[in-house]
Design a protein around this ligand. Sequence first.
Ligand code: A2H
Length: 253
Amino acid sequence: EGVGPQEYTLIKLKVLKPFPTSLKTLENRNVFLVAATLRPETMYGQTNCWIHPDMKYVACELTNGEVFVSTRRAARNMSYQGFTKEDGKMNVLMELVGQDIMGVALSGPLMMYDKIYTLPMLNIKEDKGTGVVTSVPSDAPDDFAALRDLKKKEPFRRKYGLKDEMVLPYEPVPIIDVPEFGDLAAVTVCEQLKIQSQNDREKLQEAKEMVYLKGFYEGVMKIGEFKGQKVQDIKKNVQKLMVEKNEAVIYME
Ligand code: A2H
């Protein structure tokens, strides 16, 4: 990290009707929460989308009329990457706080669920990606720990105004086989290290170190159009597949 630009795939998660009160004036538009990921091939395993309840977001209009929701910082970066009519100029339609768009129904590319919901994650960083993170609990320990917290703790769901059906039906999806860790690598490692919650930061760091490199270099897809192929060989192909269908865009920072 810190050496040169980082390329992210922005996954376009479409806001489904009925829109929440905060987004009502945009109900006739195509509105997307755009999630920044380094692992586009894991999108088969999405179970929800993370946003930070207290962070500020903006809804910006692009040249093609679509509306993207992200942090202002990311929107500004996008405005220098050909997303907007005029270079460096954003058309901010609306300012939002994460909680305004909590529990919003979304649909997105490749995922096994018909719809997923925005849920709260408190470890989202303001200065990375778009501030919107797609959740793949099968392969990302942070995602598994945060989803399990919400499932275990009813008061936690209530605090953010979430209905049970937005959280409880969603289970990690086996999408990648990783030697020694099996097809739910993040779950296996969180259990091995006895991680209790998303606040177990040190253990989660260790879990991520165990899972990410091995998942990427040794993982084999067990689902989708690249079933049976190695993750590292098909990552770019999955990105291309989504970009060509206008389901994802490439973003640098
Ligand atoms: B990855 P890097 Cl399955 N705050 O996507 C915290 N985390 C963020 C973020 C933010 N503002 N923006 C993106 N991320 C997450 C999937 C995934 C990711 C899997 C496995 C590994 C993995 C599902 N979540 O990342 O600091 C996103 O999670 C491995 C690092 O730029 C994004 O990719 O290296 C990754 O962190 C970007 O982290």
